[in-house]
Design a protein. Structure first.
Length: 345
């Protein structure tokens, strides 16, 4: 009898050990391999563009981890645009001894840069519109420190060309943005310069939260603008679902600096493919960790800004024909795509 009990206990222990050996860390993006890289990802805020980046970083790291037989253990958090929360998240990453940090959007990248001056933990930023103006890198080709990444630099003139391709008679343009967003600073300056040169009047309306942006959109309707331009501004992106009907019902097309704006109700989003930006950010992470590429010598990745995404539902609400508008846009972009309104990607 004792022998039977002993055998049962041994078998039970063996089964338990086997079960433990195949368990994966809850935050792991890949199978459990001997080599483990711990990555801290901080997102600036929940919006369609930035969330799409994060999901594609996760997906690509899982693919790369399985291919290279390494484990990418991901610690993820969202600061919800709160600077204090952001600093605490980054401090937690450092306390958890991460091998690399990913900062999604300019404010996160800048905070990570400051937090790693002494420890030199590698930082890969994603969706930073102007890395040079933000002083994140010395040059795009040779960043010069522990920080590099991917940029969603916006070709403002290209969007403005689309505005006037659709409506050559437009004589008043609304500029809708958050003055506190670094991603808007350069683009708004460029838009004003473009309109000044063309001799077209513009009206600036700003907001720092959803309620303020809603008021700004209502004001633009009262201003009787012919179109509204927004850069790749995260604050306006958050508010897009709350303002798109106000603008569309007033017959005002909203042109914005990311395809996700169109998905959330803007007439047109123009710029980089954020899914691809996420993939390339993950590729950069893997190159630094697995191939030991130094961030200082890893060029910032930029992208072709040639895709115009039209919301076909809004196009109809504005009384426009999708095929006709697409034909007008073709000379000014590499391709024209269509979407319908949804809450997120």
């Amino acid at each position: 009898m004792k022998k039977i009990i002993t055998v049962i206990l041994v078998l039970a222990l063996a089964v338990g050990l086997t079960a433990c050996s195949v368990n994966k860390p809850s935050d792991s993006s890949s199978a459990a391999f001997d080599t483990v890289y711990k990555i801290g990802i901080c997102n600036y805020v929940d919006d369609a563009s930035l969330n799409q980046i994060v999901s594609n970083i996760r997906r690509q790291l899982k693919t790369l981890g399985d291919e290279k037989r390494v484990t990418f253990e991901i610690l993820y958090d969202n600061s919800n645009a709160d600077a204090n929360v952001m600093s605490q998240i980054i401090a937690n990453f450092i306390a958890n001894d991460v091998d690399l940090m990913v900062g999604v959007a300019t404010p996160v990248a800048v905070t990570m840069q400051a937090a790693t001056e002494d420890n030199q933990i590698p930082v890969v930023f994603s969706a930073v519109s102007d890395p040079l103006a933000a002083s994140l890198v010395e040059t795009l080709e040779a960043p010069g420190s522990n920080v590099t990444g991917t940029s969603d630099y916006l070709d403002t003139n290209a969007i403005m060309n689309l505005v006037f391709a659709a409506n050559p008679k437009a004589d008043k343009i609304g500029l809708l943005y958050d003055v506190g967003q670094d991603s808007s600073t350069t683009a708004i300056v460029q838009a004003k310069a473009y309109l000044d040169k063309k001799g077209v009047e513009y009206v600036e309306r700003t907001g720092t939260n959803v309620d303020e942006v809603m008021l700004a959109a209502t004001a633009l309707v009262a201003d009787q603008v012919d179109a509204v331009f927004t850069p790749s501004d995260n604050t306006i992106m958050q508010a897009e679902l709350s303002i798109y009907e106000t603008l569309a019902k007033a017959g005002i097309p909203h042109y914005a600096g990311a395809d996700s704006f169109a998905l959330n109700g803007a007439f047109l989003g123009y710029g980089v493919d954020y899914a691809n930006l996420g993939v390339e950010s993950a590729n950069m992470v893997a190159d630094i960790l697995i191939n030991k590429k130094a961030p200082a010598n890893t060029p910032v990745k930029t992208f072709d800004n040639g895709t115009a995404t039209i919301n076909t539902e809004i196009c109809t609400m504005l009384g426009l024909n999708f095929d006709e508008v697409s034909a007008k846009f073709q000379p000014f972009c590499t391709k024209v795509e269509s979407v319908t309104t949804a809450e997120s990607f």
